[in-house]
Write a protein that binds this ligand. Structure first.
Ligand SMILES: Cc1cc2nc3c(=O)[nH]c(=O)nc-3n(C[C@H](O)[C@H](O)[C@H](O)COP(=O)(O)OP(=O)(O)OC[C@H]3O[C@@H](n4cnc5c(N)ncnc54)[C@H](O)[C@@H]3O)c2cc1C
Length: 414
């Protein structure tokens, strides 16, 4: 007869991003009964998301289905909406239908990330495109090609053509910068080859409210990128705020207007609906406050990590690096706790930052070195290739780079 085993603790994880995925990969599943609830059924490698907006890499090369990557878990595709920490249950709404379900937990981990902050600026939610998900990247890719096809139609006035071919990027952080850089590469290669009649009318503007772009990087690298962009004819406008977006123009705080065919908005992070709804202690930026073991303040069995959380007294950046390290940490901590062992506090280890700036150049802000240019681009490529989470992703991305180098990017619109 099988010996009686005590039931395993019910561990519920919300989110399959960098934090949730890293936790799942290192967790000893023999010790817990694991349920994962996430609004998407895959993990997305966001550092290569800007490359996918113009087809340098394909969307499916940078995502990993969660059911394939983490076998043995129970998975529900849905968005958590309500949390009862007394009754220990979480309510989620299916992403596919509209039904809601309750799931009970012994331990809950909240790793739902953050959403792009529109700062309630009028017209942003309606008229801008964002860059957080594979779906967003697909919308950008489609709209970009649409702009070139529309601008090729006969009988357009020169003003209308220039408006359609003006691409505005609001936010000079790494995402905005990398997107502008990829778009510039697309113009120089694909537009030059397939829409040569439009080359003269294409323009890209990057707008930032701060006095320089890439504020988190060393100032010398920010200056290098600004000069590099100027050489590439990317118009960098700093110290200026967008006060309103209309269907085809941005209105700035100095009264000037920027007509555009497409605007991509990338100006910092705000809380997701779930985090807004959860009655948990939060900081001024609405991130869930956790202690140094990532346990939510005042709770025994609720943890939070990644972009949706903030360790009290630390201000870790909202990056994949932090989220991954926290996921790894919590997996090891849970493995120890299940065996009655003590855990030490979470310690963040900063490895530096990288960004692609276009024309086969990148910047690297590492503790040992500040790198820039083409050699750094090789470092950028190899760093991301090694960090992709599966062999399938690594091989697909390598093939995508090779394909783009040999045949160019695909400009079909569907
Ligand atoms: C374009 C882009 C490029 C980036 N490049 C870099 C880079 O080069 N280096 C770097 O370090 N960082 C980079 N980042 C930042 C990095 O992606 C984030 O810091 C990281 O993804 C945070 O991980 P997370 O697990 O907290 O959240 P996410 O990875 O955003 O994952 C959140 C998860 O929660 C799910 N979810 C959301 N709401 C709910 C809900 N209500 N219920 C259930 N599930 C929910 C989502 O579907 C998702 O699976 C980049 C970000 C973007 C957008």
């Amino acid at each position: 007869m099988e010996p009686l085993r005590p039931a395993k603790p019910k561990l519920v994880i919300l989110g399959t991003g960098f934090a949730g995925f890293s936790l799942l990969k290192k967790l000893d599943q023999k010790l817990y009964d694991v349920t994962v609830i996430s609004s998407r059924n895959h993990f997305l490698f966001t550092p290569l998301l800007p490359s996918s907006t113009v087809g340098t890499v394909e969307f499916r090369s940078i995502i990993e289905p969660i059911r394939r990557a983490c076998k043995g878990i129970r998975f529900f595709q849905g968005s958590a909406r309500e949390l009862d920490t007394e009754g220990k249950w979480v309510r989620f709404v299916s992403t596919l239908g509209q039904e809601s379900f309750d799931v009970a937990y012994d331990i809950l981990v909240i790793a739902v990330g953050a959403k792009v902050n529109t700062f309630n600026i009028p017209g942003v939610a309606e008229n801008a495109l964002f860059l957080k998900s594979a779906e967003d990247a697909r919308k950008i890719r489609r709209r970009t090609i649409e702009c070139f096809e529309q601008a090729s139609e006969p009988g357009l006035s020169p003003e209308k053509r220039r408006q359609l071919l003006h691409f505005a990027v609001v936010g000079g952080g790494p995402t905005g910068v990398e997107f502008a850089a990829e778009l510039h590469d697309f113009v120089m290669k694909e537009v030059r080859a397939c829409y040569p009649h439009l080359m003269e009318d294409v323009s890209i503007t990057l707008v930032d409210a701060a006095d320089h772009i890439l504020g988190a990087f060393d100032k010398s690298l920010s200056d290098y990128t600004t000069k590099h962009f100027q050489r590439q004819n990317i118009n960098v406008r700093t110290g200026i705020r967008t006060v309103r977006l209309e269907k085809d123009k941005a209105v700035l705080n100095d009264g000037s207007e920027i007509p555009f065919g497409m605007v991509v908005w990338s100006t910092g992070l705000g809380p997701t609906i779930a985090v807004g709804n959860f009655n948990l202690p939060k900081d001024k930026a609405s991130r869930i406050l956790v202690d140094e073991t990532l346990k939510v303040q005042g709770q025994d069995s609720v943890y939070a990590m990644g972009d949706c959380s903030c360790v009290v007294g630390k201000n870790h950046p909202a990056t994949a690096q932090v989220a991954m390290q926290q996921g790894d940490y919590l997996a090891k901590a849970f493995n120890r706790l299940a065996k009655g062992r003590a855990v030490s506090p979470f310690k963040y280890n900063h490895h530096g930052m990288l960004a692609y700036v276009g024309d086969d150049a990148a910047i690297a802000d590492l503790s040992v070195i500040k790198g820039k240019g083409r050699t750094t681009y090789l470092l950028w490529r190899s760093a991301y290739l090694t960090r992709l989470v599966s062999w399938k992703n690594k091989i697909l991305v390598l093939f995508d780079w090779l394909k783009t180098g040999l045949f160019g990017r695909d400009i079909s619109r569907f």
